[in-house]
Design a protein around this ligand. Structure first.
Ligand code: SF4
Ligand code: SF4
Length: 219
């Protein structure tokens, strides 16, 4: 997808999110998120790549962090087991219920996580927040791994140059040492097309992964 169109979709989506917050309907956004989880079984994690207001905020923050070179390549050790995003999800749900039932207030949970994402993205690569911290990402990973349509590398065309790895915001694509071919983990893939745009061999396609897996097995 053209970068300008992708950014326009993100900005429109961010505008819709802000509008729903201003008119006091945060639950409507959570319904959109819920629908995106179901759709991710068919089309992958497009919510993360295009609709998520947190991701749209993270893109310019990441750009600033890269330019100022304050971002670290390392990830904190305590995050590596990946449990924190699930803890974050449970804490978020409990807080939302408590605020709703006891204080009769809708907790703006997405805004809170958006604010948390800013300093994390300034000091660590965006994949740290996407894959290890974000509670919404935890659910998207779970459903995204089942996706029927997703980005996929055509092994015959891939030359293992690694350009795709460098631009991926979620560390979803990696060149496997043994085969020297890139592979995509669809549970992490945001379907953003950054990798596809830089691939010199046009080896990355959006296609039916079940059909293609079947083809590979029978070859
Ligand atoms: S950019 Fe293309 S050719 Fe290079 S490793 Fe990635 S998929 Fe393979
Ligand atoms: S693998 Fe490609 S499409 Fe998926 S998140 Fe990474 S850059 Fe985006």
């Amino acid at each position: 997808m053209n970068k300008c169109i992708a950014m326009a979709i993100r900005i429109i989506s961010l505008g819709a999110f802000v509008f729903l917050m201003i008119i006091g309907k945060p639950m409507l956004w959570l319904i959109i998120f819920g629908a995106s989880l179901i759709l991710s079984i068919f089309f992958g994690r497009f919510y993360c790549g295009y609709l998520c207001p947190i991701n749209t905020i993270m893109i310019p923050v990441d750009w600033v962090a890269r330019k100022t070179k304050i971002q670290s390549d390392k990830s904190p050790k305590f995050l590596k087991n990946g449990y924190l995003s699930w803890v974050a999800l449970i804490v978020s749900i409990v807080l939302m219920i408590v605020f709703n039932k006891v204080l009769k207030i809708s907790l703006p949970i997405l805004i809170i996580w958006g604010v948390i994402a800013i300093p994390i993205t300034l000091f660590f690569k965006p994949e740290i927040f996407h894959n290890l911290i974000c509670p919404f990402g935890a659910l998207q990973r779970l459903f995204g791994r089942l996706s029927i349509f997703s980005k996929r590398v055509e092994k015959d065309s891939c030359i293992g140059c690694g350009l795709c790895e460098r631009v991926c915001p979620s560390n979803a694509i990696n060149v496997v040492k043994e085969t020297k071919k890139a592979e995509i983990d669809k549970s992490l893939c945001h379907q953003c097309t950054e990798c596809k745009d830089v691939c010199p061999k046009n080896a990355i396609k959006y296609s039916n992964t079940l059909k293609n897996n079947h083809k590979e097995i029978s070859e």
